[in-house]
Design a protein. Structure first.
Length: 300
C-alpha cells in the first residue's frame, strides 16, 4: 500500500517539481517572462489612454504618462465640450450590447434545441442533417459575405437591427457543442422523466437542460464574444451610422473617419473599453468553461 501511495504521489507531482532547483527557477522565470511579454500590449493600452496626444506620439512605449489626464475618456463618454469631440462611443456601445445580448440569448436557446434534437430524437434524415451542420462549419465566413448581403437586401432586412441579428441567431459550432454534450448525458435520466409522465419538451426543459449548465455557459461565453467582436457581418448588413457597433465604429475611427491626427489615447481607450465586457464575462465563468455536468446524475 505504501509503494502504491508513493507511486501515486510521484505521478501527481508537478512536472517542474521533478527537476533540480536551478532548472525549476529557470522554468518559472521563463513562464513569468512570457506572461509579462504577453501582458505588455494591454498595459500600454491602459497607460496610453491616460496620456495626451503629444505625449503618446513622443513616447508610445512609455509606461508612465508625463501628464496624466482623463481627456480621452471624457471625450468617449461625452463629458468634454471641446471642438471635434463628436465620437459616438455610447451609441456604438449600446448597439453592441443590444445585438450581443439578443444574439447570445437566441443562440443558447436555438442551438440547445437543435443539439438535443440531433442527439436524442429519431427522425428520417437526422444523420444527413448533422452532416450539413458539419459542412457549414468547414465553409469560410468570408465566402458567405456576398450571399449574406444579397439575401438581406432581397428580403428588405439590409441596414436594420433585424438584418444584424437574425443571421447570427444560430451557428453550427454551437449546435455541435450542445449535441456532443447531450449525448454524454445518461439516457436513464430521460427515461425516468418519461416514466413520471414528462413529454419531450418537458424532459428537455426541466431535466436535461439544467444538467447542461457548463455547456450552456460555454456556449454563452463563445456566443457573446463572437457577436460582440463580429465585424464582417455588420459591415455587409448595415450602412447607416445609427447601426454602427464598436467594431465597425472603431474601424472607421482608426481609419481617420472621425477626425485627423493620431489620437492614440482616444483610440486605445475606446479599444480598452470594448475589451472589458468580454474579459469580465470570461473571468467570471471560466471555471465552468470545461467543467463536466453529469457526474453523479445517475445513482446506482
Amino acid at each position: 500500500m505504501n509503494a502504491k501511495s508513493a507511486a501515486a504521489r510521484a505521478q501527481a507531482r508537478p512536472v517542474l517539481g521533478r527537476f533540480p532547483l536551478p532548472l525549476r527557477v529557470l522554468g518559472y522565470s521563463l513562464v513569468v517572462g512570457v506572461g509579462l511579454l504577453y501582458l505588455l500590449p494591454f498595459v500600454l493600452q491602459l497607460v496610453t489612454g491616460f496620456k495626451t496626444d503629444p505625449d503618446a506620439a513622443a513616447n508610445p512605449l512609455g509606461l508612465v504618462p508625463t501628464t496624466p489626464t482623463t481627456a480621452a475618456y471624457q471625450r468617449l463618454f461625452g463629458l468634454s465640450q471641446a471642438a471635434g469631440d463628436g465620437v459616438p462611443f455610447l451609441r456604438w456601445l449600446g448597439n453592441s450590447a443590444f445585438v450581443a445580448v439578443v444574439v447570445t440569448a437566441g443562440r443558447v436557446l436555438f442551438d440547445s434545441m437543435a443539439g438535443y434534437a440531433l442527439a436524442r430524437l429519431r427522425f428520417r434524415g437526422r444523420s444527413l442533417l448533422f452532416g450539413f451542420v458539419l459542412a457549414v462549419m468547414a465553409v469560410p465566413g468570408v465566402a458567405l459575405l456576398i450571399p449574406k448581403f444579397l439575401v438581406l437586401n432581397t428580403f428588405g432586412l439590409f441596414d436594420s437591427y433585424t438584418g444584424m441579428i437574425l443571421p447570427l441567431m444560430v451557428d453550427a459550432a454551437g449546435i455541435f457543442i450542445m449535441k456532443q454534450f447531450f449525448e454524454s448525458i445518461p439516457r436513464e435520466v430521460e427515461e425516468a422523466a418519461r416514466v413520471d409522465g414528462a413529454g419531450v419538451i418537458r424532459t428537455f426543459w426541466s431535466v436535461v437542460l439544467p444538467m447542461a449548465r457548463p455547456a450552456l455557459i460555454t456556449l454563452t461565453i463563445l456566443s457573446f464574444q463572437g457577436s460582440w467582436n463580429e465585424f464582417t457581418h455588420f459591415l455587409v448588413s448595415t450602412q447607416s451610422g445609427q447601426y454602427e457597433t464598436l467594431t465597425t465604429g472603431l474601424a472607421r475611427f482608426i481609419s481617420g473617419g472621425l477626425g485627423g491626427g493620431t489620437q492614440y489615447p482616444l483610440k486605445l481607450a475606446a479599444a480598452l473599453l470594448a475589451t472589458l465586457p468580454v474579459a469580465a464575462l470570461f473571468f467570471c465563468f471560466q471555471r465552468y468553461f470545461v467543467q463536466g455536468a453529469n457526474s453523479g446524475a445517475v445513482k446506482e
